[in-house]
Each structure stands twice: as structure tokens, then as C-alpha cells.
Design a protein around this ligand. Sequence first.
Ligand code: GDD
Ligand code: MN
Length: 360
Amino acid sequence: MLAPILSVIVPCYNERENVAPMVARLGAVLDGVPWEAIFVDDNSPDGTSEVAKSIATDNAQIRCIRRVGRRGLSSACIEGMLASSARFVAVIDGDLQHEEALLPVMLKVLQRGEADIVVGSRHVAGGEASTGFSAIRRKISDGGAQLARLFLPSPVADPMSGFFMLERTTVERLAPELTGRGFKILLDILLTAEPPLRVRELPYSFRPREAGESKLDTVVLVEFLTLLLDKASGGVLPMRFLSFATIGVFGLAIHLACLAMTIHELGFAGAQWLASVIAMTANFWLNNRITYSDVRLRGAALWQGLVLFYLVCGVGVAANVGIAGLLLRDGLANWGAAGAAGALLTVVWNFAVSATLVWR
Ligand code: GDD
Ligand code: MN
């Protein structure tokens, strides 16, 4: 068997039914190309790795990395790409929503040196997004893409795509700088590369999922915003802080929404109390899932952590109100600036103290 020139990285979580069809499709479209597929599975409860490994026992083109105790689409893609020694690497979703027939075309473009990275795009002429997403998912995806475009060095129509190919050496070079969090590995790569990569987009139609279900949720959304913040700040602020602060903004939105919904029934003070408890609980849950996913609290420690978190945030609010009041009283700031200073102090306080007390 020839050494592969192309490694196709297939991130998977609970995709057991899609593994064999994926192998068959890759074999059909990559006929004549020495290729391999690397399935990267995060120890899916449905036994995706077992299926991939059983196929691999009599097919040398198939490999499987089984990661234990970790979750994450981006980091799975990075690990898969770094496990390759082929000249080119591609990433494709394991749920058959991407059009694998594009792979040989992508390879040609790279071999001719026409681009540094080739992206399967739903948003260039001939591409189609609506087929694979519900209307609401599409709105979120479009909004995210708009936001991401503001940060990109050159225009890319579909920066949210999870389907692309590039030279492995490019990934090896960028890997230490990649954020590796969340769903958006392509965006991570595009925002990290300096000088910017030459991008070629090829149209494809996003297919509906046939088996299994999507893993996109609030967690993914927060991680996306954290990624943008991390890149925008040049990586100087710790990821944990950015994640904590992003969740803080979510918390504020939750707080205001609760306030608006209950103020007529409960009056201002009552509504304010209820909104605070709900927002703090939501923040605690999100931080436990995202910011501190690696040291996540469970069981009894979870409840203990929640109570501590209420206390820490309570002091934070008192400090916020106090500082803002002082600045205002001494005429050092107008109410907007005083409020912002108080809020900033609260986030820093909440973050610093909960990092040492709650998630030790
Ligand atoms: N190893 C691993 N770990 N794989 C994961 C994880 C994880 O934590 N979460 C999701 N995956 C795998 C899924 O099994 C699937 O093969 C692929 O990553 C995409 O996940 P979906 O949950 O199906 O995402 P989607 O359909 O909402 O969106 C995908 O397609 C978009 C269109 O190209 C994502 O890949 C987006 O990034 C992409 O833009
Ligand atoms: Mn999908």
C-alpha cells in the first residue's frame, strides 16, 4: 500500500451508523488517490470507536483515535490533523452532511498551488445552506458568519464551514497558536494564520442529517464568542477569563429578561431578587460546563459550588454598587462610566475569587 498523500479527518460523536457509509463514500470519490481516514471519537456512548476500529481491522486506510475524558469538535480536528503524516489533510463532518465529492477537487486546487486552504462553502454561487439546517439554525449560523467576517483579514463567504483541506505543514506551524475550543476550527485557523492564508471556496449543498443528531447548543455559542474575543485581544487575556466574561454578558441578558417578565407581579425589589438568583444559577451552570469543563463539579460538590458561587457573586454585586456610588459621589465619573467601572470590577472579582474558591 502506498503511503497516503491525503488524511481525511472525521470528527465523530455518537455517529456509529454513519461510519461505514462514510468509509464507502470516501473510497468511491477518492479512487486513485492514496488516502486514509482518521476518525476522532470522544468516547461516544453509542460505541462509534468500536465500529470504526472494527472496520480498521481489515482496512489499513482507516484509523481511529479514541479520546477519553475530553470533548470538543475543534480539538478533535486538531488532534486528528496532527496525527497525520500525509502531505495534505482535510476535515469533514462524520454525519454525511458535507459533500465528499468535493475532496478530489480540493486536492487538485492545492496541488496546483492555487490556494493555501480550500473551503467547502455554502455561501458562494452554486452552494446551498437551507437544505441542511432548520430556519432558526440558519439564522444563528448567518449571524455568526456576519460577526466572524468583521474579524477576518480577507473576505470569506463561509467562515463557519467545518469542511476544508490544507497542507499538513500549515497546521503543524499554526497548532501551538490555535485556541482549539468550540466548534469553529476553520475560523480558528483563518484568524491565527499570519500572513493570512489564500482561501479558495468551492460551492456545495449542505445535506440534511440522516442519522443521529446535531451537538450544537448554548455551550457551542459561548465557545464561538470566546474564540472571537481571544483572537481580537491578541491572546493576551486568559481564555478562562474571556469565557467567564462572555457568560457574564449572557447572565446580564437573562437577568434583564427575567426582570422584564416578573416586575409587574413582584415589584422591582422582588423581581430583582428572582432575576439575580436565576441569572447566577445560569451563569454557574454555564461556567461549570464551559469555562471549567476540565474540572467540572458534579454530585455533592456541585451544590456546594453553587452556594459558594452565590456568595462570591453577592459580594461582587455589593462591590459593584459601592464602587459606582463612590465614583459618582466624588464626581470622578458620570453614571455610565461609574456603572461600567463597577461592572468591570465585579467580573474581575467574580472571576478571580470563583477560580480559587469554587473551581479549585
Ligand atoms: N470528536 C468529537 N467531539 N466530534 C464532535 C463533537 C465532539 O465533542 N461534537 C460534534 N462532533 C462531530 C459530530 O459527530 C459531527 O460529525 C460533526 O462533529 C459536526 O457536528 P454536528 O453536531 O453535526 O454539527 P452541525 O451539523 O450543527 O454543524 C456542522 O456543520 C457545519 C456546516 O459545515 C459543524 O461542523 C459546523 O462547524 C459546520 O459549519
Ligand atoms: Mn451535522
